[in-house]
Design a protein around this ligand. Structure first.
Ligand code: FEO
Length: 171
């Protein structure tokens, strides 16, 4: 089914937003590395890769339906990161914005009765629940350990191991 113009525009905006999310995670990775939390930095870097994969998933759908992918301008907001809690709070706030964009995408797909994008949109609705839950869980743990250095280093080691290509779970 030929893709509706309004839906195509919304999908293209989502491709751009996923690339923006990747760059935000990349910035957070640099900030955490500068604070000497190398495990958390690796976790953020892997998350940046995941966001690029999200962008490609939507781009593939657009291309498979015979339309063109158009990236928009990408701005990176000024991020103030002086602790891991700052970094993961920024991440959660951003994920919540992305979730709202995905809900809007679902509404547009429904409005124009585009059944062909339903599987894709449902995948993203579920993915956002998972992403918010994961980051929310890390924030809970960071709040529990507070300023305790040993606790922070344990979380750093765990998150680093989770995203280690040799020891972590398959993405
Ligand atoms: Fe692609 Fe983390 O949302």
């Amino acid at each position: 089914m030929k893709i509706n113009d309004k839906l195509l525009d919304t999908l293209n905006k989502q491709v751009t937003a996923e690339h923006q999310a990747a760059l935000i995670y990349q910035q957070l990775a640099y900030d955490l590395n500068a604070l000497s939390f190398s495990g958390m930095s690796s976790w953020m870097m892997a998350q940046a890769d995941e966001e690029r994969a999200h962008a490609e998933k939507i781009a593939d759908h657009i291309l498979a339906r015979g339309a063109n992918v158009k990236l928009g301008d990408i701005e990176i907001p000024e991020l103030e990161v002086s602790s891991p809690l700052d970094a993961f709070t920024i991440s959660l706030e951003h994920e919540r914005q992305v979730s709202e964009m995905i809900r809007n995408l679902a509404r547009v797909a429904d409005e124009v009765q585009d059944l062909d994008s339903r599987t894709l949109v449902n995948w993203f609705l579920n993915e956002q629940i998972e992403e918010e839950d994961t980051v929310g869980g890390i924030i809970d743990q960071l709040k529990l350990v507070g300023e305790d250095g040993a606790g922070l280093l344990r979380i750093d080691a765990r998150l680093g191991a989770e995203r280690d290509p040799l020891t972590g779970p398959a993405q």
